[in-house]
Design a protein around this ligand. Structure first.
Ligand SMILES: C[S@@+](CC[C@H](N)C(=O)[O-])C[C@H]1O[C@@H](n2cnc3c(N)ncnc32)[C@H](O)[C@@H]1O
Length: 191
């Protein structure tokens, strides 16, 4: 059963692209669940770069990765994802297979530290620069918290303006979720 949880659904789509040896980016590592998933998929020949602005998130993610006894296939940056183009080694520019964004605040932590419209959109632009043709950006959007609605609108507007001949955008949402419908956006670079 995957369709009772929108993030399980997202993982199934990501598995279409992820394979051993890939380079992947977790743009919002948070508690580290997505980072561990990505590192397991890319294996010892691949690499995962993770970003978060909160030291607690970086520490928790590091601990989870250590617990999983993964190969030395990950690097965490305690900096905003808007800096990804500066810190990802140039040899991987245009070769990244997957970029994952899980927006909003870190569950169980300070709810005032949130991803923000302007830096998220900036990071999305850079993600498309870093992405390989055939690569995928997956964005999970949770609005309903202060600042969340503005980010939801900005991200969806940005995605709607992308050139159809270069990037295909597919949106899914859990429509009947009480409160805000969690949204997923998948951006596939085709050229
Ligand atoms: C919803 S949580 C991510 C959950 C995570 N994917 C997981 O599996 O647990 C969002 C995270 O984005 C982080 N964040 C906020 N602004 C950011 C930025 N500019 N760059 C990178 N991370 C940011 C927050 O600190 C928070 O940990």
């Amino acid at each position: 059963m995957i369709l009772n949880n929108i993030l399980s659904y997202a993982k199934c789509v990501l598995l279409e692209v992820l394979e051993p040896g890939c380079v992947a980016i977790d743009a919002t590592v948070g508690n580290g669940y997505d980072t561990v998933f990505l590192a397991q998929q890319v294996g010892s020949e691949g690499h995962v770069y993770g970003f978060d602005i909160q030291p607690e998130a970086i520490e928790q993610t590091r601990e989870k990765l250590d617990e999983e006894c993964l190969p030395d296939n990950w690097t965490l940056f305690q900096t905003g994802h808007e800096n990804m183009l500066k810190v990802i080694p140039p040899e991987f520019h245009g070769k990244v297979s997957v970029v994952v964004f899980n927006l909003g605040f870190l569950p169980g932590s300070d709810k005032s530290v949130i991803t923000k419209a302007s830096t998220t959109v900036e990071a999305l632009r850079y993600s498309l620069d870093l992405l390989a043709v055939g690569g995928l950006v997956c964005i999970a959007i949770y609005a309903g918290h202060p600042g969340g609605d503005e980010e939801d609108v900005a991200v969806r507007h940005f995605c709607s303006t992308l050139d159809y001949h270069s990037v295909r955008v597919i949106q899914s949402e859990m429509t009947n979720k009480p409160g805000y419908p969690i949204r997923l956006l998948f951006l596939t670079k085709i050229k």
